[in-house]
Design a protein around this ligand. Sequence first.
Ligand SMILES: Cc1cc2nc3c(=O)[nH]c(=O)nc-3n(C[C@H](O)[C@H](O)[C@H](O)COP(=O)(O)O)c2cc1C
Length: 302
Amino acid sequence: ASLADQPAFDKAAFEAMIPERHRAFVEEVLERYRVPKLPAGESPYEGLLAWTHAGARSQVEIALAHPIRLLVNALGTPPRDVIDQVHARGVQVAALCGSVEHARRHVEAGVDIIVAQGSEAGGHTGEIGTMVLIPDVVDAVAPRPVLAAGGIGCGRQIAAALALGAEGAWMGSVWLATTESDLHPVAMTKVLQATSRDTVRSRSMTGKPARQLRTRWTEAWDDPASPGPLPMPLQFLLNADATTRIHRYAHLETSGAKELVGTPIGQIVGRMSRVRPVRELVHEMMTEFVDAVARVHALLEE
Ligand SMILES: Cc1cc2nc3c(=O)[nH]c(=O)nc-3n(C[C@H](O)[C@H](O)[C@H](O)COP(=O)(O)O)c2cc1C
């Protein structure tokens, strides 16, 4: 479904809010990196934009049409009527948070499981690190269960999350370097080479701070010549054409598009140096988790 098909989502009205200066800046960056225009008749990928009430509510309907046990929300506390609607179907609600204040608001609204996500995480993320955030959130929402997120990619980190008081771990970035992943091949090459210093929290992708690979694109938006990212959802709408062109032409030797290719990813990227099946990754995590717990346990016996 296109944005325009979403009930009560007036795409034209949003498009009209994008200043000419921003459109000109994007075009200038694409020209600088010799990124061709899309062929006539090909339209940019706009995704299913869930960053409006109309978009998000329609996604709830779709999710509830499937046999799910848990519905997870990010970027704010889910509206109370949506939580009631989901509970009425016997499905639990989880919500991501980046601070104790967010977590308290989730609990007041009736969220069942809190996903406390530290700044290390890939995607939209706050400023507080996982090590500091998890115990604070666990204490603030007890006895409500907490899942730890942000920078968790191996068994030792899962053990650490449980030691901090979480009931489990919620992982995102680590699944990108798997045979099951559909990451763009150019982004995959960058991911496998990146160190934990190669990510940046930038508003250039969606308008809200999201951790991603540092690229010529994120750098262009940080440059003093940049007009500065627009608020969500305008920045994503502004980028739709550029993102499609960058991905489409990333393989061209004559274009610098590949330099602009990025992906949301967390600091755990530094440990992601080869592509493996999810099955193998999970098995390794479980083994490492058991070894880590045994090692710490042995310290008590010394
Ligand atoms: C490529 C990518 C896309 C993501 N997209 C979403 C999303 O659409 N909604 C969401 O709630 N979280 C999203 N996340 C965040 C994950 O749900 C998760 O909280 C985060 O990846 C945990 O931190 P980690 O990346 O260090 O594992 C995304 C993360 C990545 C890496």
